[in-house]
Write a protein that binds this ligand. Structure first.
Ligand SMILES: Cc1cc2nc3c(=O)[nH]c(=O)nc-3n(C[C@H](O)[C@H](O)[C@H](O)COP(=O)(O)O)c2cc1C
Length: 450
């Protein structure tokens, strides 16, 4: 059976993958930037708009790393404003479960679900480092594995709070003089390892029952968490074979939780570059990569992995002759390189030797590789092929320009997907759960680990 594709838009802000020096690049913080990208995604009938979160500015060699994510406002506040200027687009917020409390996060998400008429989603992230924790006076609070235990209990607790209101709890009945239906709101009591709370929740049940739950972790614990509890995975497996292996692995985990494969959508983060011909697209893609990876960025990129100051090395010269310092990190706040740095360096040395790559050329080759490059037609065909051959259920597009980076995708590629009959020509329901083909969440479904 032909699968329908799901599409989402990531707001890029300033990032190591954006080109903020491009004259077409706008503010990462003005509301107009958020509005432009969200309204473009809605014009393209996308499922949702996604905001990432990082809770501390990244640093390199003890200084702010201003070539990377800088100046990012709080997701739920931005999405609440976007709810007023969009009508169907899902609104996905990344919110950390290590440094927040379930009661306040559950309130904010239920509120967004009401304000938007059932379009809220929550990307549950844990973060991993003491560096971020210092911002909260918590430092290295919780070992990494315990962060997932907490995330799972956090989500379970939030679900209990949402479920403490029946969907018909508000009676507003002048005859009986009652505003709430008797029994419509029940008190909650959650006693667990991480949370011990009781009381009465004060936001009525949202239109979706529960917001859509997104998960982005990649470890075994992350995958189990997604299989047990998430509706969507934001994955980094955007190559065909790798994507298929990830898809198989995660989908097979669902049965242990009594779930069907279609109850969890897998959406890799992807990029795209269009041209009138394949050659033009390839040329443009190469230009974008050179703009993304400046000589300075290339050195920073390697320093994050080497754990050393490499400023004395020529970006256009060969890889550093020193070995990485595996005990030390000079970059803080980066997740990508925290595992197996020794192995990674050995792999990169072999690649640089095989292809005769300089530091900058290697950084261009291995950091944030581009996914879809071609004419609108070939990109539409490739997107469809990925989905129909089970490497994904759709994609989260990460443009390289804020805020106009999705304009040509929506104008030129989406109509071809619609023509093929694999992407909606209009929304068929008002909620994000409708767009994703997910049932509304009814109370009292348990998610205990098997
Ligand atoms: C595609 C992708 C996007 C992510 N986005 C965020 C984010 O915006 N904020 C955040 O704190 N962590 C983000 N993460 C990190 C994960 O949520 C998770 O905390 C991290 O990958 C560690 O989990 P793991 O050990 O299971 O991989 C992202 C991860 C992936 C793969």
């Amino acid at each position: 059976m032909t699968k329908q594709i799901h599409l989402a838009a990531h707001f890029p802000g300033v990032n190591n993958t954006t080109v903020w020096s491009d004259p077409a690049s706008g503010s990462q913080i003005d509301f107009d930037s958020f509005r432009h990208l969200a309204q473009t995604a809605e014009r393209g009938k996308f499922d949702f708009f996604f905001l990432a979160e990082g809770l501390r500015l990244r640093e390199a060699k003890g200084r702010i790393h201003d070539l990377d994510v800088v100046g990012r406002p709080e997701s739920l506040t931005v999405l609440s404003a976007l709810a007023a200027v969009t009508t169907h687009l899902g609104l996905a917020a990344t919110v950390n479960s290590t440094f927040n409390e379930p009661y306040e996060v559950a309130r904010r998400l239920a509120t967004l679900d009401h304000l938007s008429g059932g379009r809220a989603a929550w990307n549950v992230v844990t973060s991993f480092d003491a560096f971020t924790g210092e911002n909260f006076r918590r430092g290295g609070f919780l070992a990494e594995a315990d962060r997932y235990t907490r995330a799972k209990e956090f989500l379970q607790t939030a679900r209990e709070l949402w479920d403490s209101w029946a969907s018909d709890a508000v009676a507003a009945d002048p005859e009986s003089g009652r505003f709430l239906r008797p029994g419509g709101v029940t008190s909650f009591r959650h006693q667990g390892r991480h949370f011990d709370i009781s009381g009465l929740f004060n936001v009525p049940r949202g239109p979706q029952g529960h917001p859509v739950i997104i998960q982005a972790g990649d470890s075994d614990e992350g995958r189990e968490f997604a299989a047990s509890s998430a509706d969507v995975i934001f994955s980094r497996h955007s190559k065909l074979e790798e994507g298929r292996a990830f898809y198989r692995d995660v989908k097979r985990r669902l049965a242990a939780y009594g779930r069907r494969p279609e109850e969890l959508k897998i959406l890799p983060a992807v990029t795209y570059v269009l041209g009138d011909t394949e050659a033009e697209a390839a040329e443009r893609a190469a230009e974008i990569r050179r703009a993304q990876v400046s000589p300075q960025t290339a050195i920073y990129f390697l320093e994050a992995v080497w754990g050393r100051d490499l400023s004395g090395y020529d970006p256009d010269g060969p890889l550093p002759d020193v070995e990485p310092n595996l005990d030390e990190g000079v970059s803080k706040g980066h997740a990508a390189f925290r595992r197996d740095r020794g192995e990674l360096v050995a792999k990169w040395r072999a690649l640089a030797e095989e292809k005769n790559l300089s530091i900058r050329e290697l950084a261009i080759e291995v950091s944030a590789p581009q996914t879809f490059i071609g004419t609108p037609r070939s990109v539409a065909d490739e997107i469809d092929h990925f989905v129909q051959t089970d490497a994904a259920d759709g994609f989260i597009f990460v443009p390289h320009l804020t805020p106009g980076g999705l304009d040509d995708l929506v104008d030129k590629v989406v109509p071809l997907l619609q023509e093929k009959g694999v992407f909606r020509t209009d929304y068929t329901g008002p909620t994000l759960r409708d767009h994703l083909g997910l049932a509304p969440r009814t109370p009292n479904r348990t998610e205990e680990t098997s």
